[in-house]
Design a protein around this ligand. Structure first.
Ligand code: GLU
Length: 469
């Protein structure tokens, strides 16, 4: 059975890259009927905090990523990791290294190119007896993995064959002199004991993989499959970072992004979905194939996230969108009544997020809004002064039950013809007077959704405003 894991270090929030890794793993588990394990890698005691662990769990839950097992905490397994390093020491695949930090530093700095330093294997040849004797005498030591000569290769499920020469990899430390296990040892020990079959993670971990495979080999264990997801880039094609804006996933919640839109967005930065709408999680699972993960880096395209969010808002059941918009509206305008469904349904067609929807609903509830300056300067003021009183009369002659987009359009166009003007001369100012903006859904739908009385009142207000000015 497929068993995947997401293994965040709780040293920061759940960021875009981590969330994408979690999501791809989750999709693979769902697709194959496998299990998704959550493991919190909290061994860096100084930088890990319970608050960050909670923030990561909250981020995953917000996205709709559930786990079948865990959260396990890596720090709880310390003794298992330590035991493993001693097992390797006993079978000769690891050895004690007595070189002090200062000594290593000296040897490194003696090189022509110190930055190319790799542990030189000085303690590799110490006999078992001597090693035991020195340990018993109380000398400090670390335990290092003995990397065998030759090639370390794997068939990466994303990137294809990857090969390292053992000479590129130093005999890495497994256990530090204070007996704390290192990252690579802990990861291998946990992945093995948790029965992980596929390790799918960011490509920044590629350099760890040969080390981890060497540990598996030393233990005589078949390594799991590895897959490394390409980087996520900012719009400037540099690695995505805080410089590019918000990288914490859950912060997008406050920007009005809905979890399913973020889910689609993240999925499309790994899997080849190529969709111009928001799919359901089930549809994404159905289309997901591990073998078809994208090999080249994806660019974090905020416009696409907004677009997907807008698509979602435009397509979701009306009562769901009302439940989202009403609290946001109440927060912004606590003393105004929330507009009716007709208004919500109309305005959501253009809103890219919930706060935006809430603000565009304001003119349905109150008529004291400002007019957009730019649109105002473009108005043909004389034409409005000449024609709008007549337009108001014309529209007021529509009987209440006939107040609908088709009738309103007919009346407005007939009036334009009577006056010998283009309908645009009526439509553009009407839009500004009804919404305060230069852009909106169809003006006739807007008249209908706003209702006769409120529409005429806003036209009158606009006309008075221009007459006064
Ligand atoms: N804890 C590591 C990180 O947050 C991930 C380890 C792994 O996936 O193997 O980068």
């Amino acid at each position: 059975m497929v068993k995947v894991r997401f293994a965040p270090s709780p040293t920061g929030y759940l960021h875009i890259g981590g969330a994408r890794t979690a999501l791809i793993n989750w999709l693979h588990a769902k697709k194959t009927g496998g299990k998704f394990v959550l493991r919190v890698e909290d061994t860096d005691e100084e930088r890990s905090t319970p608050e960050m662990t909670q923030a990561i769990l909250d981020g995953l839950s917000w996205l709709g990523i559930t786990w079948d097992e865990g959260p396990h905490f890596q720090s709880h397994n310390k003794h298992i990791h330590q035991e493993l390093s001693y097992k390797m020491l006993a079978n000769g695949t690891a050895y004690r290294c007595f070189c002090s930090k200062d000594e290593l530093e000296r040897r490194k700095n003696a090189l022509a190119k110190p930055e190319e330093w790799r542990y030189d294997g000085k303690c590799r040849g110490i006999s078992k007896d001597e090693s035991d004797r020195r340990a018993l005498a109380g000398e400090f030591f670390v335990i290092r993995c003995r990397i065998p000569e030759g090639k370390i290769e794997w068939d990466d499920v994303v990137k294809g064959k990857i090969s390292f020469d053992a000479s590129q990899i130093e005999d890495l430390v497994l256990l530090r002199s204070d007996a704390s296990p290192t990252y690579n040892l802990s990861v291998v020990a946990d992945d093995y004991s948790m029965g992980i079959t596929h390790i799918i993670r960011g490509e920044d971990h590629i350099s760890n993989t040969p080390k981890q495979i060497a540990i598996y080999k030393a233990l005589g264990i078949e390594p799991p499959l590895f897959g490394h997801l390409p980087l996520i880039l900012g719009p400037d094609k540099k690695k995505l970072s805080k410089r590019h804006g918000t990288t914490s996933v859950i912060a997008y919640k406050d920007e009005g992004i809905l979890p399913l839109a973020m889910f689609n967005f993240l999925a499309s930065m790994g899997a080849s979905l190529d969709e111009n709408r928001c799919l359901t999680r089930e549809e994404i699972v159905e289309r997901f194939e591990l073998q078809k993960l994208k090999k080249s880096p994806s660019v974090f395209d905020r416009e696409r996230l907004n677009f997907l969010n807008g698509k979602l808002i435009g397509g979701m059941p009306l009562d769901e969108i009302r439940e989202l918009a009403a609290p946001a509206f109440k927060k912004l305008y606590p003393f105004l009544p929330f507009p009716d469904d007709k208004a919500v349904d109309l305005m959501r067609s253009r809103a890219r997020n919930v706060p935006e929807l809430a603000t565009t609903l304001y003119p349905f509830a109150a008529d004291d809004f400002y007019y957009d300056e730019k649109t105002l300067t473009k108005l043909n003021v004389e034409s409005v002064k000449k024609n709008f009183l007549g337009l108001i009369y014309k529209l007021s002659s529509i009987e209440d039950p006939s107040w609908n987009a088709a009738e309103i359009e007919k009346a407005l166009r007939a009036y334009a013809e009577e006056r010998g003007i283009h309908a645009k001369e009526l439509i553009h100012p009407s839009r500004l007077f009804l919404t305060g903006k230069g852009e909106s859904p169809s003006i006739f739908d807007l008249f209908e959704a706003m209702g006769k009385q409120a529409s005429l009142k806003r036209l009158e207000r606009g006309l008075n405003f221009l007459n006064a000015g």
